[in-house]
Design a protein around this ligand. Sequence first.
Ligand SMILES: Cc1cc2nc3c(=O)[nH]c(=O)nc-3n(C[C@H](O)[C@H](O)[C@H](O)COP(=O)(O)OP(=O)(O)OC[C@H]3O[C@@H](n4cnc5c(N)ncnc54)[C@H](O)[C@@H]3O)c2cc1C
Length: 391
Amino acid sequence: MASVLILGAGYAGLRTAKLLAKHSPQLTVTVVNKNAYHYESTQLHEVAVGTREPADITFSLRQALPKNVDLIIDEVVKVDREKQQVELAHHEPLSYDYLVNSLGFESETFGIPGAEENGLPLIDIPTALAAREHLEKTLAHFNESHDPNDLRIIVCGAGFTSIEYLGDLVYHLPALINQYHLPADQIKIDCIEAMPKVLPMFSQDLADYAVHYLESHGVTFHTSTPITAINPGVVESKESSFKANTIIWTTGVKGSHVIADSGYDQKRNRVVVQNNLSVKDHPNEFVIGDVSAVPDPDTGRMYPTTGQIAIAQADVAARNIRALVAGRSLTDFKFHSLGTVCSLGPTNGVAEIFMMGHWKLKGHVVGPIKKLVNDRSVLELSDIKTMLESN
Ligand SMILES: Cc1cc2nc3c(=O)[nH]c(=O)nc-3n(C[C@H](O)[C@H](O)[C@H](O)COP(=O)(O)OP(=O)(O)OC[C@H]3O[C@@H](n4cnc5c(N)ncnc54)[C@H](O)[C@@H]3O)c2cc1C
């Protein structure tokens, strides 16, 4: 029986495993993931602010995976591509006939001094919980220290993750102010962005709506302000210094370091794959999700790395592995976006939807849409029972 080894059980890996197990019972499918659970990374900002608990956005992999899929909980260290083996931190190396590398994203610091040491990233459950603990401790500490910087929060970057974090933060702040008896008028939130535009993936009117909404809830935006360094309690740019004892680092992501460690030809730990998602000269290796860079055949530009695209890539990778095994020709990846939804807290947001036309939505109508998207993701990746439990 041919063996398929899937690295990482995020959106891409978990979906691939489920499809192969369902449609190709003749294959031996093994998944390696460092945790026994899957987490909805699209909702990490909610755990980081405290509007959701980790249990709300995680579910057991063993329960979600079909019985005919083997699950190994361990950390992937390296892929030995010549030997067709994967080195793990605590188990013997695993051999494979077909490999799906879907190890996902890590925080990107762009080499900015002090970003790693002094910024709080949101990349998994431990980092989201660390950001939340830091925020709450620092706010509470103000009552002893009377240091105004304990009441200041800086969010670095104004892309999707930063704006979703800010949306939940301004929603949840009144509860924190109440809980820790804080002076509301002294709380200061700054968002610092190198580019001139906030939320560049949205049309200008929707980005403006998000900015106005957040500004009306106390956020100050500093666009065209590249960060040059982060020191403890201070974010430096060319022209100004911004002080705060909570610094959230959500400027961007790169792929898993395992990509570079395994000798792939890569940029920011992303492998430029062929249109059928396999790696050039390694037809039995598929790289999908946030570790891949996939050219859009229409524009020649790389698709963005999103959960939606990771899931769509899993469909094509699974189909192409089945085609290789059966000796059929492979399918190219082509993505048709259904749209993008950015939350501004649980009840507000902006959305651009491409279904039966082009819809631009903003305000409270977007809250239920975002919930629907999240629920659908949990529904597809786990099962109905898990989705109902998560609400
Ligand atoms: C706060 C936030 C909000 C977002 N919102 C959206 C959104 O609304 N819509 C959207 O489409 N996208 C969104 N994204 C982007 C989306 O989360 C990613 O594009 C998506 O998670 C990529 O899926 P993936 O399967 O490639 O990787 P991941 O989800 O990163 O999964 C990788 C898996 O591999 C495991 N792993 C990593 N390294 C190892 C190792 N060495 N050994 C073993 N296991 C390992 C991880 O634990 C994880 O389970 C958001 C991201 C963030 C952070």
